[in-house]
Design a protein around this ligand. Structure first.
Ligand code: NAD
Ligand code: UFG
Length: 340
């Protein structure tokens, strides 16, 4: 019988791509999502693409009774834990919501896993745990501990909770995946990123400028010590990211303990590079204006992804042109996101 995987936050942007990858690889999938930042339509689309549907349970990771029932009803072998809040600016205004949802929620999930005897976990962490980097590229051994906002601190706290948990009991096997900047969409154009309100992140913002929903892009800072003065990031295609989760699942099936892996492409692109590449892929002109730096932003950040290649057999396959073409296909086919 195929392994059954619980995916928390599986209706969201990255989670829905991981659910698709799992189903395509033959896994059974149970999704738990409270839909606070997503739509169940994403899972309907996933089923449309691959001809198989996950079990969907609308609910919250804090709900101990619901989790106990879920683990009793389904023989889960491992958990991919995407559920969480992710807006950096909002986390500064509402820190308690972020610590409650991301930290307490993760603790509740681990408690329920422990009660159910499920000890394999893949956690969605972030390059933000490295804070303002002193060295580049960032390897998993680069220092953590100085994230610039409550969101980043919540991710680091969960990493530390999980490290303690793995040290306390050899049955735990935990993969911490530090994502760099996820972008793009499935090549079908059926699933993608559907932010609520005005997007915080670069690519969704550019996409909405391209379809005329937003007037122009504000480029945050033109005076960074980078090749063209704008911020540099390591953009990683969401389908590559989803594949990384399958590789991590394989790894934790064979080894116990806690281990972190960077999931990035290993290459930095500036904001102006991204605008130009999007224009090429879409044929649209993206009006932009360079304004002041956004508080809390770092100048540059890219991964050394060698450990993931060596230990997981994972490497980003999709380049900038694919990221842009797939973002544009999703954006132009779904101008209202999942609301149609
Ligand atoms: P997303 O908001 O699209 O997905 C998160 C999902 O979790 C949503 O469907 C939301 O409804 C659900 N959720 C939130 N709190 C929940 C709760 N208490 N109980 C049940 N469901 C809950 O975000 P995403 O971009 O897909 O990110 C997935 C994970 O990856 C998050 O943990 C995020 O912090 C992390 N991450 C994202 C990025 C990025 O740039 N997108 C970068 C690094 C790390
Ligand atoms: N940017 C703009 N204008 C915008 C939005 C972004 O110029 O309207 C710039 C930023 O200043 C930065 C780059 O585009 O230089 C990327 O910004 P994003 O907001 O897309 O991404 P961040 O690198 O700030 O943060 C993202 C996620 C975080 C995660 C981090 C590291 O939002 O959750 O990557 O993984 F922690």
């Amino acid at each position: 019988m195929a392994d059954k995987i619980l995916v928390t936050g599986g209706a969201g942007y990255i989670g829905s791509h991981a659910v698709l990858a799992l189903l395509e690889a033959g896994f059974e999938v149970v999704v738990l999502d409270n839909l606070c930042n997503s739509s169940a339509e994403s899972l309907v689309r996933v089923a449309g693409i691959c001809g198989r549907a996950p079990v969907f349970i609308e609910g919250d990771i804090h709900d101990a009774r619901l989790l106990d029932g879920l683990f009793a009803a389904h023989e889960i072998t491992a958990v991919l834990h995407f559920a969480g809040l992710k807006a950096v600016g909002e986390s500064v205004r509402k820190p308690l919501e972020y610590y409650e949802n991301n930290v307490v929620g993760s603790v509740r999930l681990c408690q329920a896993m422990s009660r159910a005897g499920v000890f394999r976990l893949v956690f969605s962490s972030s390059a933000t745990v490295y804070g303002e980097p002193a060295e580049m590229p960032l390897s998993e051994d680069s220092p953590t501990g100085s994230p610039t906002n409550p969101y980043g601190r919540s991710k680091l706290m969960v990493e530390e909770v999980l490290r303690d948990l793995a040290a306390s009991d050899p049955r735990w096997s935990i993969a911490v995946l530090r994502y760099f900047n996820p972008v793009g969409a499935h090549h079908s154009g059926q699933i993608g990123e559907d932010p609520r309100g005005i997007p915080n992140n670069l690519l969704p913002y550019i996409g909405q400028v391209a379809i005329g929903k937003l007037k122009e892009l504000a480029v945050f800072g033109g005076d960074y010590p980078t090749q063209d003065g704008t911020g540099v990031r390591d953009y990683i295609h969401v389908v590559d990211l989803a594949d990384g989760h399958l590789k991590a699942l394989q790894a934790i099936a064979c080894q116990a303990g806690w281990r972190a892996w960077n999931l990035g492409a290993g290459q930095g692109y500036s904001v102006l590079d991204m605008i130009q590449a999007f224009e090429q892929a879409s044929g649209c002109v993206i009006p932009y204006r360079i304004i002041a730096r956004r508080p809390g932003d770092i100048p540059a950040c890219w991964a050394d992804p060698a450990r993931a290649e060596r230990e997981l057999g994972w490497k980003a396959q999709r380049g900038l042109a694919d990221m842009m073409a797939d973002t544009w296909r999703w954006q132009s086919m779904n101008p209202q996101g999942y609301a149609r």
